[in-house]
Design a protein around this ligand. Structure first.
Ligand code: T4K
Length: 374
């Protein structure tokens, strides 16, 4: 017999619930920043943060930015590209938004039905003389098919940039996933598995790119205060860097707490008809930043009706990623049918997930899902 969900969460249960580090520890950093009277512009805390990240992520070169979007834009700007960039319609819109300001044109191709990342077969088919780069996204931290993409890029002499906004701390075949491609770009937004409230970073094996983006993020200024080229303001403040430092210390503990929440979800949802879990890549570690499920035809409600049912219980899962970028008005000229990506976008739902989600909160999400099963 189906039991209607008993629990109505008193405060809204969102897809994510970012938190700040311990206030006493934060206060110590604030005192340090206050006494240094150095608040931003490549200050001492930012430099410490960059060094700590370089070490933790085994990154040959890393430059920290004020957010992931500007970091991604800067990485592409640094390769001085022109023409067309092959990318995915199944991502957060920032992935595509950075192209037009650089004079680049996106060419969207469909995704792989298992990884939900860009499909190398479609990349290969979309290459012509205008294509200069491939921009893949490690969706939910699942690696793109990096080997196939590397082979295609080598064959056609293309740059490979990964939007690794979801891929903090992921290892693939025993090495950092961020070591693949010409550059990988992280987001440290508050809703991410590791955050500095707002922030992002470029990881690259190319020392020249690293040197260039460091100048670019500071208006293109040289050490004499003269602009070498038209740069941007992509600098991270000392306060954000301090939060990043403290969150880096907590990352693994919080990741393991999220792992526990994810495992409970997977156990409880495994046998519900019409709920499809996304299989992890067995060659990769996970950071448990998202809990995506697919609501398929065998479920009792369609995805939209389920979202509505959740809202009645004060629960707000998110349809990451719906609509497809190519179905958004801003990309009307790129609208076309992507059979796999369209289907996934119509079925996807990311459930609430954060490290300190309590049992009652998680039970209420699971109860709604069980209640509406066929
Ligand atoms: N590439 C990819 C693949 C990305 O996913 C992203 C960002 C980027 C690039 C760009 O990186 P950044 O420039 O952002 O560093 C959120 C995030 O704002 C965005 O960073 C993230 N992807 C995207 C997937 O999710 P929204 O529009 O869904 O955010 P919002 O404000 O609706 O927040 C989601 C839920 O979280 C809300 O329902 C409430 C809750 N929440 C949110 C915040 C910020 C809180 O409870 N507290 C909070 O402080 O985009």
């Amino acid at each position: 017999m189906k039991v209607p969900p008993q629990t109505q969460t008193s405060s809204p249960l969102y897809v994510s619930r970012p938190d700040l580090p311990n206030l006493e520890d934060t206060y110590k950093y604030l005192e340090q920043i206050k006494s240094a009277r150095y608040l931003t512009n490549n200050g001492p805390v930012l430099q410490t943060f960059e060094a700590a990240l370089r070490d933790y992520l085994s990154a040959p070169h890393i430059s920290v930015f004020s957010n992931g979007t500007l970091a991604l834009q800067s990485a592409l700007a640094g390769f001085n590209l022109s023409g067309t960039v092959i990318t995915t319609p199944y991502s957060f819109v920032a992935t595509a938004h950075i192209l037009k300001p650089l004079g680049l044109t996106p060419r969207f191709v469909d995704i792989d039905p298992e990884t939900l990342c860009i499909d190398p077969q479609h990349i290969e088919a979309a290459i012509d003389k205008d294509v200069c780069a491939i921009l893949g996204v490690h969706v939910y931290g699942t690696p793109c098919d990096v080997e196939a993409i590397e082979a295609i890029a080598r064959k056609h002499k293309l740059k490979v940039i990964y939007d690794a906004a979801h891929a903090f701390g992921i290892e693939y075949k025993g090495q950092s996933l961020l070591s693949y491609g010409d550059a990988s770009v992280l987001s440290f937004h508050a809703t991410k598995s590791f955050h500095s409230v707002e922030g992002g970073a470029i990881i690259t094996p190319h020392s020249q790119l690293d040197e260039w983006v460091r100048v670019y993020r500071n208006f293109g200024l040289d050490s004499h205060g003269s602009a070498l080229f038209e740069g941007i303001n992509g600098k991270m403040s000392e306060l954000h860097a301090a939060i990043g430092m403290l969150n880096l210390e907590r990352f693994e503990v919080q990741r393991d707490m999220r792992k526990h929440v994810v495992e409970t979800y997977k156990r409880e949802l495994a046998d519900i008809p019409g709920i499809q879990l996304i299989a992890p890549n067995s060659d990769a570690t996970q950071n448990y930043g998202y809990m995506p499920i697919r609501i398929t035809a065998d479920y009792g409600l369609d995805r939209e009706a389920l979202v509505h049912a959740f809202e009645e219980h004060n629960i707000y899962p998110r349809r990451y990623f719906y609509p497809l970028i190519t179905d958004m008005p801003a990309y009307a000229e790129h609208k076309q049918l992507f059979p796999i990506a369209s289907k996934v976008a119509d079925e996807i739902l990311c459930l609430p997930l954060f490290h300190d989600m309590d049992v009652q909160e998680q039970d209420s999400v699971i109860a709604v899902l069980k209640h509406h099963a066929q």
